[in-house]
Write a protein that binds this ligand. Structure first.
Ligand code: HEC
Ligand code: HEC
Ligand code: HEC
Ligand code: HEC
Ligand code: HEC
Ligand code: HEC
Ligand code: HEC
Ligand code: HEC
Ligand code: HEC
Ligand code: HEC
Ligand code: HEC
Length: 487
């Protein structure tokens, strides 16, 4: 009956596929004899939780691996687990589940060894049409026929729902054989796919590395100009991989070559001398999971003196976005220290804002000089000021920050031993109120010039550029300008 149906097919399909195959009518097939004979087994080897995870209710189940990774029915192999399991010569009588199946063993042996695990007795398809290990497997057949699914559709229906062949592809491929997950996983787990795509990965789009077909039959996907596109799959790196920081650091366009990614921004291969240990990672042999910190760039890069990344790079910044984020929110020099108006602390490098922290200390007392003791004091009085972040002397050493040597700064004591401004006094940087009238010099000093001078209003007599007649500092006057302003 079927043969008549097939005889009615188009000449082209018939010529391609329906040539009568030589058939051994005596061969047991899954459909004719094997499935019925195994009916005795499915009480245990059927259902949702079959014994030894071995399902005998379907052909693919019978070929399946059961309790281990090896197929239980291998074409041509008399040692197949399925045969051994019911071989009267080997099954102990105590194994009542499997003993006493001599006739079944004979059928199974002929089926597996001589008849190549024939699925069906077909005038069209070879015995191994459904055996994934067979050269005649329908997937292999398709591949050999340049993935010409239209050929199959001619008999199995345009929607692969059965058609004239009355055998539905959709019985096993519910979304149809042209669905994206028929021939490979929709989100592959091969090689380093797992680290790049899918849940728990870097979440990259396929298009970062491939030209993604919108339909299975797009030219260049699995067919090219009508013939099968030979493996391997094409890798075309786009997006972030192509980012160039400094043209001198890019040896060429990003490419996948000999199992390795080269000149790829994402892996630090164009970040210059940033010191990553695996900047050309191997797709297949690098360990799965996220690459360790030191692999794309050093942690820190060799140019860095300091390994406390969050001091200079935002810890909530977007990593691997094509731009190196420097500074924490505020632009320019205030990125890592200082506030909106000035790069001077507060805040200090650790984020402190109180004067009791050594990074903050008396910065504002000096820079703004609210007491009026002096004009505002520039950074350069105490530090070498960098013209840009990467200037020499700035961040090229580990902390604490450098203070001009002439000041005799002692980080441990928090005092300046030789700062002319304080005379012999050494007020502590992190304690306020230690630089009041009388601490840097006596008021007035106990020198001969000051005998009899008792009031601040008297000072103006001899220090008119410093003091006014009311006993206050002259605004913009000569106090603390580095020069004793005396008669
Ligand atoms: C009463 C339940 C029962 C019946 C009926 C039964 N089996 Fe089993 N079978 C088991 C259990 C339990 C195991 C796992 C333990 C073992 O190897 O004995 C097993 C294991 C197997 C295995 C090894 C599978 C593997 O991957 O490890 C094969 C093959 C097998 N059975 C084939 C058969 C065949 C063929 C029949 C029908 C003739 C059959 N069994 C009938 C219970 C049963
Ligand atoms: C000339 C018609 C024809 C063509 C072309 C054809 N088939 Fe079939 N196919 C059949 C028929 C009819 C059956 C049912 C078994 C039988 O009677 O031979 C079948 C059965 C199958 C089966 C077994 C499934 C089952 O449930 O029985 C698979 C798998 C299969 N075909 C795959 C393909 C693939 C893949 C192609 C394209 C490469 C293809 N067929 C092309 C006619 C065809
Ligand atoms: C009885 C179940 C069954 C039927 C019916 C079936 N297939 Fe398959 N098909 C499979 C299995 C199993 C695989 C292999 C899956 C794997 O290797 O993970 C497969 C694989 C494929 C592949 C992928 C091949 C490759 O190498 O990547 C294609 C394409 C395919 N089938 C097409 C068809 C078409 C077309 C039909 C109908 C003509 C069909 N199948 C009918 C079970 C079936
Ligand atoms: C980070 C880059 C990258 C991303 C993202 C990526 N792939 Fe791949 N893909 C590759 C590489 C590299 C190969 C191996 C090519 C080779 O073997 O020469 C490959 C191979 C493949 C293959 C061939 C079979 C295999 O598994 O090796 C398929 C199919 C494939 N990718 C599909 C996808 C799909 C679908 C996505 C998105 C879900 C995706 N890829 C995302 C890099 C990527
Ligand atoms: C009939 C089988 C089949 C179907 C259906 C299929 N693919 Fe593929 N796909 C392949 C094969 C085979 C390759 C490897 C091609 C090569 O070696 O060049 C591949 C490769 C790819 C690649 C890697 C880039 C390339 O072209 O080599 C991507 C991405 C991809 N497929 C996505 C898809 C998407 C998306 C769909 C659904 C729209 C889909 N595939 C459906 C067989 C298939
Ligand atoms: C003292 C401030 C500072 C600290 C701390 C710091 N970085 Fe940087 N980082 C910078 C600056 C500034 C740049 C920009 C350098 C340039 O333009 O040459 C930079 C650039 C980078 C780059 C881009 C590549 C390069 O070398 O230009 C990477 C990657 C990087 N840092 C990683 C780190 C890591 C990882 C850490 C912690 C282990 C860290 N950084 C700690 C200031 C710092
Ligand atoms: C897959 C490669 C790769 C790995 C692994 C990697 N990085 Fe990066 N990292 C980069 C690239 C590329 C940059 C350049 C700036 C950018 O695009 O964000 C960068 C920049 C940075 C920066 C500078 C600030 C920024 O985001 O721009 C810091 C800090 C940093 N990485 C820390 C780390 C830490 C910590 C780890 C480990 C948890 C790590 N990186 C692992 C590639 C990597
Ligand atoms: C009166 C002297 C003085 C002036 C003026 C001064 N600093 Fe400082 N600065 C210090 C001292 C003292 C420290 C603490 C050094 C230490 O921790 O050993 C310091 C520390 C720093 C630090 C490091 C903070 C930390 O968290 O460790 C930065 C950044 C800094 N100063 C920037 C500036 C800038 C910018 C200016 C000008 C806008 C400036 N300073 C003006 C004396 C001064
Ligand atoms: C990427 C973060 C970052 C940025 C942006 C930054 N600095 Fe700094 N700055 C630091 C660090 C870290 C130190 C402490 C360096 C050390 O320990 O020697 C510092 C210290 C200083 C000091 C104290 C003297 C020294 O070098 O130790 C001054 C002054 C200073 N910075 C001024 C500036 C100026 C001006 C700019 C803008 C051109 C700037 N900073 C931008 C991180 C930064
Ligand atoms: C009669 C004149 C006269 C009056 C009034 C006077 N000074 Fe002076 N002062 C001088 C002279 C002269 C010097 C120069 C050095 C010295 O003789 O001590 C001087 C120096 C100083 C110095 C610098 C000391 C040093 O070590 O170099 C200070 C401080 C000072 N006077 C404070 C005061 C104060 C405060 C007052 C008011 C309470 C005051 N003087 C009133 C004459 C005066
Ligand atoms: C931070 C230390 C410091 C404090 C506090 C201080 N002075 Fe002075 N004073 C000096 C120094 C240093 C000089 C000498 C050099 C100079 O003026 O640059 C001086 C000089 C003077 C002079 C001499 C004229 C002059 O300008 O050289 C007068 C007058 C004076 N101070 C008054 C006062 C009075 C009044 C107070 C309290 C309201 C005071 N000073 C607090 C450090 C201080």
């Amino acid at each position: 009956m079927r043969v008549e149906v097939i005889a009615g097919l188009s000449a082209a399909v018939a010529a391609a596929c329906a040539t009568e195959r030589p058939r051994d009518q005596a061969c047991p097939t899954w459909q004719s004899e094997v499935a019925p004979a195994l009916a005795a087994c499915i009480g245990c080897h059927g259902g949702a939780a079959p014994a030894a995870r071995y399902q005998l209710t379907s052909y693919l189940g019978a070929l399946g691996p059961g309790s281990d990774q090896v197929s239980n029915a291998i074409a041509g192999d008399p040692g197949s687990v399925l045969l051994v399991a019911v071989d009267p010569a080997r099954v102990p009588a105590t194994d009542v589940d499997h003993a006493g199946h001599g006739a079944l063993h004979a059928v199974l042996t002929r089926w597996a060894v001589e008849c190549q695990l024939a699925y069906l007795d077909s005038s069209i398809h070879a015995a191994g049409v459904l055996d994934p290990a067979s050269a005649d497997f329908h997937g292999a057949e398709l591949r050999a026929r340049d993935w010409d699914l239209a050929l199959c559709a001619g008999c199995h229906g345009a929607d692969f729902g059965g058609g004239a062949a009355e055998a539905a592809c959709t019985a096993c491929h519910p979304r149809g054989p042209t669905a994206c997950d028929t021939c490979h996983e929709e989100v592959p787990t091969t090689g380093a796919h797992g680290a790049h795509v899918g849940v728990g990965s870097a979440g990259l789009a396929c298009a970062t590395c491939h030209r993604v077909p919108s339909a299975w039959d797009d030219d260049g996907h699995l067919r090219r100009a009508g013939v099968a596109d030979p493996p391997p799959a094409e890798v075309e790196l786009a997006g972030l991989a192509t980012v160039t920081v400094d043209a001198a650091d890019r040896a060429g366009p990003p490419r996948f070559d000999a199992g390795t990614c080269r000149n790829v921004y994402c892996h630090g291969d164009v970040l210059g001398a940033s010191g990553g240990s695996a900047r050309q990672p191997s797709w297949a042999s690098d360990p799965p999971g996220p690459a360790p910190c030191g692999s794309c760039h050093g942690a820190p890069p060799p140019s860095h003196a300091d390994d406390g990344c969050p001091t200079c790079h935002p810890s909530d910044g977007v990593h691997l976005d094509g731009t190196t984020q420097i500074g924490l929110g505020l632009p320019g020099c205030s990125g890592c220290h200082g506030g909106p108006d000035s790069p001077a602390p507060p805040r200090d490098l650790a984020g402190n804002v109180f004067t009791t922290a050594i990074g903050v200390g008396a910065h504002q007392a000096h820079l703004r000089a609210p007491s009026g003791l002096s004009a505002p004091i520039a950074c350069s009085a105490c530090h070498r000021v960098p013209a840009e972040v990467t200037a020499a002397g700035h961040i090229d050493s580990v902390g604490p920050a450098e203070v001009e040597a002439t000041l005799g700064w002692d980080h441990g004591l928090g005092t300046c031993a030789t700062a002319w401004c304080h005379g012999s006094a050494q007020p502590r940087w992190t304690v306020s109120g230690e630089a009041a009238c009388g601490t840097c010099h006596a008021v007035p000093p106990a020198t001969a010039s000051h005998v009899g001078v008792t009031t601040l209003t008297a000072c103006t007599t001899c220090h008119p550029n410093t003091m006014d007649p009311i006993g206050r500092f002259v605004i913009g006057g000569a106090h603390l300008d580095g020069d004793v302003d005396a008669p």
